[in-house]
Design a protein around this ligand. Structure first.
Ligand code: ACO
Length: 436
């Protein structure tokens, strides 16, 4: 951390002693005020629920400029990665800090490819679930269960163990998501095929059956690969912070990632792509484009609790750069499948246009986020709506594990332990039951 010559001075209106606080400069983005000694110096904590102004860690992985709508993985703009690299190159970048050269790419691809099978015992674990269980419920369980299978890679203080756990997680997530899907539809599991690409293998495990040949469409393969790249990391979002906090206790890495899966499930986070598509279905059912005005009215009504899903973001106060790339992919996929006139896509475009011109959304800087279009792409590929968030989890796994490993590799890391402003009852005595 590079300290600035300037210090922040915290003074008190009651004449209490002012304190100087160090300021640190990052490579990009806002400076941070170091408040670690604040409690020792003043007896006070800071108050920041939702981490609106709090940097929880140092990181060199992902940078977002929310005002500009910019997203960089290890310094590279997401647009360049999405057009010039594939997902496994992106994984290498996030994990090791650099894009691989051809030899490194071949080695890393080979390594991931040869860890794609899961222990056969996993099938029996899966059988314990109801067939109609939500895929994210299944995924939370399955990823947590991995912690019971790989006892040779759970010493988080050993960098080699951390690397093996990372590779296993990246390799096995597509297998687990596809198994969760096959289980819910009652089809036989398809084993990974090592001659296919990462995305191609996933499509094969999802849509092939033992009865006939399944040919992976290069357009769909590329679209899915792009979805994976766009979702691979997003700095200190809710699920990543969950993984860091969970992992800060020194827990098993697979268990920490399972915590991230659980957090991602929520509709304010990864569950938004599912919610966005369901919202489009609802508008479609109610009358389609004609009903957009009425729907927007409801969204703007504070008492309705209706949100325009796939819009708004805690950090982006501009167009989410991933949404632009996703819209492009959406056109490509619909074109490939002959669905250019897809009513849901048309509805999404119309909804976006109206929202982008509406004062409510403009003044609050609410723009489409990545989830607005990713649902339409996934649906066109044939992925069922409840599986969308599981696909997001698959893609984000590399970000989670890269962030977790970065934290554990930092010799100064500490267990995460926020403080609170206590608003409950002061100390009191328990009365006998008859007197309460
Ligand atoms: N529809 C309608 N109004 C919205 C929306 C929306 N999607 N998002 C924010 N607002 C309004 C809020 O009501 C609030 O209005 P007010 O100032 O009049 O009270 C204002 O915009 C600010 O919103 P906050 O909720 O304070 O913003 P916050 O940063 O806490 O929330 C969030 C961000 C959770 C993403 C929110 O925009 C949202 O719920 N969006 C819909 C769900 C969604 O798409 N989530 C995906 C996030 S991206 C991802 O995880 C990949």
């Amino acid at each position: 951390m590079k300290a600035s010559d300037t210090k922040a001075t915290l003074s008190f209106s009651n004449g209490g002693q002012a304190v100087d606080l160090p300021i640190y400069k990052g490579t990009l983005g806002p400076d941070v005020i170091d408040i670690r000694k604040l409690y020792a110096q003043t007896g006070m904590f800071t108050y920041d629920p939702g981490f609106m102004s709090t940097a929880s860690c140092e990181s060199a992985i992902t940078y977002i400029d929310g005002d500009k709508g910019e997203l960089l993985y290890r310094g590279y703009p997401i647009e360049q990665l999405a057009t010039n690299c594939d997902f496994l190159e992106t994984c290498h970048l996030l994990l090791y800090g650099e894009l691989p050269n051809s030899d490194e790419k071949a080695k890393f691809t080979d390594l991931v490819t040869h860890h794609t099978m899961v222990n056969e015992q996993m099938q029996f674990f899966l059988r314990g679930f109801r067939r109609d269980a939500h895929p994210m419920a299944i995924m939370t369980g399955l990823v947590g269960a991995l912690s019971a299978f790989y006892h040779d890679s759970t010493d988080i203080n050993n960098p080699k163990h951390r690397e093996i756990a990372a590779v296993r997680l990246i390799a096995k997530m597509p297998t687990l998501v596809a198994m969760a899907y096959k289980y819910t539809v009652g089809q036989p599991y398809m084993y990974p095929k090592n001659d296919l690409s990462y995305a191609g293998n996933f499509l094969h495990m999802m849509f092939a059956t033992p009865c006939e040949e399944y040919k992976v469409s290069p357009v769909l393969e590329r679209a899915l690969d792009r979805i994976f790249i766009l979702h691979a990391d997003h700095e200190q979002n809710a699920s990543t912070s969950t993984v860091r906090l969970c992992g800060s206790s020194g827990t098993n890495p697979f268990a920490a990632i399972a915590a991230g899966v659980a957090c991602l499930w929520g509709p304010a986070h990864g569950g938004a792509n599912e919610a966005a598509l369901n919202m489009l279905y609802d508008i479609q059912k109610a009358g389609g484009v004609e009903k957009i005005g009425e729907f927007i009215k409801q969204v703007k009504d504070k008492n309705s609790n209706v949100k325009l899903m796939g819009f708004g973001h805690r950090v982006y106060k501009n167009y989410d750069p991933r949404a632009k790339l996703m819209q492009e992919t959406c056109r490509e996929v619909l074109g490939e499948l002959g669905l250019e006139n897809d009513p849901l896509f048309k509805l999404a475009m119309a909804l976006e246009k109206i929202a982008l011109e509406d004062e409510y959304f403009v003044s609050r800087k609410l723009y489409p986020n990545v989830d607005f279009y990713s649902g339409i792409v996934q649906r066109a590929i044939g992925i069922p709506v409840p599986l969308f968030t599981a696909i997001f989890a698959l893609a984000r796994t590399v970000g989670w594990i890269a962030q977790l490993n970065e934290m554990i590799g930092d010799p100064d890391y500490k267990i995460g332990r926020p403080r609170q402003l206590f608003e409950g009852s002061p100390k009191r005595d328990v009365k006998p039951i008859g007197a309460r």
